[in-house]
Design a protein around this ligand. Structure first.
Ligand code: UT7
Length: 354
């Protein structure tokens, strides 16, 4: 009895620790890597497939080429695996150390099991739990903030977020309204705990089901399972009514970016980079214009990859990685089917000090 009393902490001791402020754990982004398939689908080749021109595609979208994953039975996991393999190598992370893998995509290898699980298995990531997240073009930023919360909880130390899509698997190459836009790629980032305020600082995400009528893949889900009729009607492909999507995209992204900046006391001059989803060069320019943000501080690579859906933002971070410095303020923003949209305030965690 006396021994138990001796081992129990005294109430004063417990009170002391309750009064100590808990130090916040930040989710720092500590590496990025991407995989882009070799095959390049140019505007010239699209001119042979549908009634379009390089001039129309370039002036209306800014896209010159996109990459396509060719080959039988090759799904998103092929690209996701290569992106994560490179990420683990460059961050000196052993597969056994990874606690969680989240894969943002609308083009998983199969409806189930999740592609995150397939990638983990291919790489020997055996101590992690894995799941997919579907939010169309906003998938990566939704997954990034979800992953950040696991890290901030203190229970997960190494979390991999994949953003990838094999859009060519759901694109109708007889539909000029969509086939000129999309491409294939996958990117992956690593999140790790940091006691200093680097990484995901804030985010604001939104959704509105009004978007379901403008951008969708009608069949293949539980409402319209695959039948001869759905295949004949080409309902397993992406449908997009581009004009309303364009308008919503510009105003919605500008709105959340400005809200995130305001509530974090960020002025335009405090922002080092705007990292927008790459859907259309004119959308990117309009968002930057509404914010009066100089285009040379906006990451733009749509001309070479097209719209790779969940992969566009990691593709930008990967290409600009060598220019990024520790402490740089980045705002990532995306808009996509659903509608889904959002913005993430990310403080870059590595490289030379900003
Ligand atoms: O990432 C997910 C979210 N998606 C987006 O953010 C995409 C948002 N939307 C867009 O980027 C643009 O709306 C598109 C690039 C999809 C289309 O550009 P647009 O300037 O809105 O063109 P439109 O659909 O209004 O079409 C204008 C004209 C039409 O001809 P008429 O009716 O004026 O004679 C189309 O038939 O351009 C025609 N058109 C084409 N012409 C040549 C549509 N696609 C093509 C094409 N080549 N590929």
């Amino acid at each position: 009895m006396q021994l138990c009393k001796f081992l129990l902490p005294s109430p004063r001791f417990l009170q002391y620790f309750r009064n100590q402020p808990m130090s916040k754990i930040y989710a720092a982004l500590t590496g990025v890597h991407c995989y882009v398939p070799d095959y390049v689908l140019t505007n010239a080749e699209l001119e042979q497939l549908v009634d379009t021109t390089d001039e129309w595609i370039t002036t209306r979208t800014g896209i010159k080429e996109r990459h396509i994953l060719k080959g039988e039975a090759k799904g998103l996991s092929v690209m996701g695996t290569e992106a994560v393999r490179g990420l683990l190598e460059k961050t000196n992370t052993h597969p056994s150390e990874v606690d969680l893998v989240i894969c943002a995509t609308v083009t998983p290898d199969m409806m189930f099991p999740d592609t995150a699980n397939l990638v983990a298995h291919a790489l020997g990531i055996h101590n992690a739990f894995c799941f997919d997240l579907t939010a169309a073009c906003s998938g990566f930023i939704y997954a990034l903030s979800t992953a950040a919360m696991y890290v901030e909880s203190g229970r997960y130390k190494k979390v991999v977020v994949i953003g990838g899509d094999k859009m060519s698997s759901i694109i109708d190459y007889t539909d000029r309204a969509t086939c000129i836009i999309f491409g294939d790629a996958a990117g992956a980032v690593l999140l790790e705990p940091s006691a200093e305020p680097y990484g995901v600082i804030d985010y604001l995400h939104k959704s509105d089901g009004i978007g379901q009528q403008y951008l969708y893949q009608k069949a293949g889900g539980s409402r319209y399972p695959a039948t001869h009729q759905t295949v004949e009607n080409r309902e397993h492909f992406v449908y997009q009514n581009g004009k309303p999507v364009f308008k919503y995209a510009v105003t919605s992204m500008a709105d959340v970016v400005q809200q995130v900046m305001a509530r974090n006391g960020l002025r335009r001059e405090d922002l080092h980079w705007l990292v927008p989803h790459q859907a259309n060069l004119r959308i990117i320019e309009s968002v930057a214009g509404l914010m009066e943000f100089p285009l040379d501080k906006v990451m733009i690579n749509i001309q070479r990859y097209g719209n790779t859906t969940a992969a566009t933002i990691p593709l930008c971070l990967w290409e600009w990685e060598s220019q990024l410095r520790r402490g740089d303020n980045l705002i990532l923003t995306a808009f996509g089917g659903g509608f889904t949209w959002g913005a993430v305030y990310l403080k870059w965690a590595y490289g030379a000090q900003s």
